[in-house]
Design a protein around this ligand. Structure first.
Ligand SMILES: C[S@@+](CC[C@H](N)C(=O)[O-])C[C@H]1O[C@@H](n2cnc3c(N)ncnc32)[C@H](O)[C@@H]1O
Length: 313
């Protein structure tokens, strides 16, 4: 079994999410190939880890990588928001980790069209059988839906132009592969834009992946579900890779840090602001220069952590 993903900010994650002394539970909501989980299991002998992933193929890689830890590791297939809404465990977590997005495995080995540098069927689903594929979206969505998708979820400035090119091209022949789509985008954008810092298809591929897997809605629900189940004194850490994700995390953390509640113990109930969480990282932690050099995909990562200090309500 060949592992291809390098875990991001491993040391910082271990430091800020170090579990309390004694027996404790970490939920790794995006276990992937299991790199972060392995580091936790090696560093903290009393810790148990439950690793969740929507992709059964990559989850299988994590299970075999972590086999030697016996019942200290349990892999569960599913979306993390659904995992929390139907929480299957009888113990609440002390630590929760989200390492968002997809793994290098998805770009390099899944064969599902995540990479614009490969020629693979345009699928992009993590959960392998449910929902619309990227191919279905690209070949059937109306012009406006495509354009909104690229501008909202890819923050692509040539969204409309690219959407128009797709709609014109698909009348002739359906767009079936990642390479066909990448070439089409390349031709659709102004020549000047083709040789920038990133490939011109980067943002549209990100947008399609987000839409196919309803990533942002799942993140909002997943954070809420994780926080509700977390023990008091527990911590949630999130590694995000683009501004849309980070915005959701930042707002969520802020909301929990400054929540308005009714104090019903007072003779005349009054509303006051009560914090139910404290930021552990005031500013997001960024990977060190050396890490970015050794693992370029880490360059956009931001790591934020909060600690729950009381139950809500
Ligand atoms: C960046 S990788 C995680 C890498 C992992 N931390 C490691 O060190 O090997 C993200 C993983 O999360 C999974 N994923 C993304 N969104 C998910 C969601 N909403 N629910 C469950 N799994 C998700 C992907 O399938 C992918 O395997």
């Amino acid at each position: 079994m060949k592992l291809v993903h390098t875990s991001v900010m491993k040391e910082e994650v271990l430091q800020f999410l170090a579990p309390p002394a004694g027996k404790s539970l970490l939920i790794d909501c995006t276990v992937g190939e299991g790199g972060h989980s392995e580091a936790f299991l090696q560093s903290f002998p009393d810790l148990r880890v439950v690793g969740v992933d929507a992709d059964p193929t990559i989850l299988q890689l994590a299970r075999s990588r972590l086999r030697d830890f016996g019942d200290r590791f349990q892999g569960i297939e599913g979306w993390f928001d659904e995992f929390f809404s139907r929480y299957p465990l009888n113990e609440r977590p002390d630590r929760v980790l989200f390492d968002l997005g997809v793994s290098s495995y998805h770009y390099e080995r899944s064969g599902r069209g995540f990479s614009f540098l490969r020629d693979e069927p345009l699928d992009m689903r993590l959960g392998k059988t449910e929902g619309r594929t990227a191919m279905e979206i690209v070949n059937t969505a109306p012009l406006d839906e495509l354009s909104v998708c690229f501008s909202r979820f890819g923050e692509e400035r040539f969204a409309k132009r690219i959407a128009r090119a797709i709609v014109e091209a698909r009348v002739q022949t359906p767009i079936r592969t990642s390479k066909e789509l990448a070439d089409l985008i390349w031709d659709a954008v102004p020549a000047k834009y083709r040789y920038g810092r990133i490939h011109p298809a980067t943002r549209c591929f990100q947008a399609l992946r987000i839409v196919v897997n309803t990533e942002l809605e799942r993140l909002e629900r997943g954070l809420e579900g994780a926080f509700n189940l977390l023990k008091v004194g527990g911590r949630i850490g999130v590694i995000s890779f683009h501004s849309l994700e980070d915005r959701i995390v930042k707002h969520f953390f802020r909301k929990k840090g400054n929540i308005s509640m009714k104090d019903t113990n007072m003779p005349i109930p009054k509303t006051e602001h009560k914090k139910i969480a404290l930021p552990v990282t005031r500013k997001p932690i960024r990977p060190r220069e050396e890490e970015v050099q050794n693992n370029p995909p880490s360059r956009s990562a931001k790591f934020r952590v909060i600690e729950k200090i009381s139950e809500e309500g």
